[in-house]
Design a protein. Structure first.
Length: 94
């Protein structure tokens, strides 16, 4: 819970934390508690890092497995929601 609170609304901390755990982030998506942390992290990351996470999932062929996992599917949903929201925001300002 501590890391979730530190990440919340602290984009610089979220970015630095992501950089230090990015090689293990897919593994964290499967955990009963760690998936909540990953979701909170995604909420506070810039779009380029969220896209990097999605590319990592796709390249490791984890997309289907995560989608079928009760915890992983929530993280996938958060990733896709974040990308869609960012794209909608960009289209408003262009």
């Amino acid at each position: 819970m501590f890391l979730q609170e530190k990440v919340n609304n602290n984009k610089l901390f979220a970015k630095n934390l992501y950089i230090s755990i990015k090689d293990k982030i897919v593994d964290l998506m499967y955990g009963g508690f760690s998936n909540y942390f990953v979701q909170k992290l995604i909420e506070n990351l810039p779009l380029k890092y969220i896209e990097e996470i999605l590319n990592q999932i796709i390249s490791s062929e984890s997309f289907t497995i995560l989608g079928l996992d009760p915890h992983g599917t929530r993280v996938l949903q958060k990733i896709l929601e974040s990308i869609v929201q960012s794209q909608q925001t960009l289209s408003i300002f262009t």
